[in-house]
Design a binder for this molecule. Structure first.
Ligand code: UDP
Ligand code: MN
Length: 335
């Protein structure tokens, strides 16, 4: 199985946290495939060392410095930065087949059976189910495909500004041709769907194999209480009806990842000499997730940007577009 790999991407230290939890969850699932992570130069050295512990291959891709057609495409379409980086997964030609997974996904059980599927297999997007969601997809590395994708990116751009729009335009027959390329939704269960179709989640949620923390609030943006082993619902978030996946993410982070980060000096040792649990507690408060000092608060968005994302089906159900906020807005109109 040395020629097949799971692949993820992290362009900064925040997304590295996600990649590490994903990698760790894949190891826990006893996958027989290799684990590869693409990183960019912004990822810090200690974080790279920790990635080396969890992944078989840590590959640096630098679109800005590549001097190839990807760089040329970026000059014409600067808005496609992360998208073009993600396309580099097609350059992993020492593998015959790969499964790409966003760094904000986590596996709940072994999913090696995905390697029996063909390019391009993916699950429907919850916002527009005739499009596939590009958080989990099966692909075959190929320089030819990579170049064709770049050409499309340069000539037409992406209808949603990201990789999902571009890939759906490129693999446009996905919705109508081969049903075996439609992955069941349980391979890419977005947290948004739990909220928007709770009865379905209650009926089928126990079969979930991959959870995708799609949207602006990522697991590493929440606070975690390591005593109760639960994520804190500071904002009284109405979408947190089933926070158990967030709690699982944090549990993997505290148990498997935090010790590695401490070992490699990837986090400041704010509590030298105290028990590991206390360090975990301190860390989850101080440097990782306190809303006041979060290392990576979700970027502030203009109302114009928010409207655009809403129109793209990417409502921020966990934050600005939460039910509470919508109700407040409606109340102001009624008054
Ligand atoms: N990503 C990254 N750095 C960024 C944004 C995205 O490395 O600043 C990668 C990461 O693997 C992430 C994927 O691109 O999971 C897609 O972005 P995201 O998951 O934030 O989008 P969503 O699934 O919420 O639409
Ligand atoms: Mn994602």
């Amino acid at each position: 199985m040395a020629d097949e790999s799971f692949v993820t991407l992290a362009t900064n230290d925040s997304y590295v946290k996600g990649a590490l939890v994903l990698g760790s969850s894949l190891r826990d699932s006893r996958t027989t495939r290799r684990l590869t992570v693409l990183i960019t130069p912004h990822v810090s050295n200690p974080m790279r060392q920790v990635l080396e512990k969890v992944f078989d291959e840590v590959k640096l891709v630098d679109v800005l410095d590549s001097g190839d057609s990807a760089h040329l495409a970026l000059l014409k379409r600067p808005e496609l930065g992360v998208t073009l980086t993600k396309l580099h997964c097609w350059g992993l030609t020492h593998y015959s087949k790969c499964v790409f997974m966003d760094a904000d996904t986590m596996v709940l059980s072994n999913i090696d059976e995905l390697f029996e599927r063909e390019e391009l297999s993916a699950a429907p997007d919850p916002g527009w189910p005739d499009c596939f969601n590009s958080g989990v997809f099966v692909f075959r590395p190929s320089i030819e495909t990579f170049n064709q994708l770049l050409q499309l990116a340069t000539e037409k751009g992406s209808f949603d500004g990201g990789d999902q729009g571009l890939l759906n335009t490129f693999f446009s027959s996905w919705s109508t041709t081969d049903i075996s390329k439609h992955l069941p939704f349980i391979y890419n269960l977005s947290s948004i769907s739990i909220y928007s179709y709770l009865p379905a989640f209650k009926a089928f949620g126990t079969n979930a194999k991959v959870v995708h923390f799609l949207g602006r609030m990522k697991p590493w943006n929440y606070s975690y209480d390591s005593k109760t082993k639960t994520v804190k619902d500071d904002a009284h978030d109405p979408t947190m009806v089933h926070p158990e996946f967030l709690d699982m993410w944090w549990n993997i982070f505290i148990t498997n990842i935090l010790p590695l980060l401490q070992q490699h000096g990837a986090i400041k040792d704010t509590a030298t000499g105290v028990k590991a649990e206390e360090v975990a507690e301190a860390v989850s408060h101080l440097s990782l997730s306190s809303p006041a000092q979060a290392s990576s608060p979700p970027p502030a968005m203009s109302s114009e940007e928010r409207k655009e994302r809403w129109e793209q089906g990417q409502a921020d159900y966990m934050g600005a577009d939460s039910f509470d906020n919508i109700q407040k807005k409606l109340d102001t109109y009624l008054q």
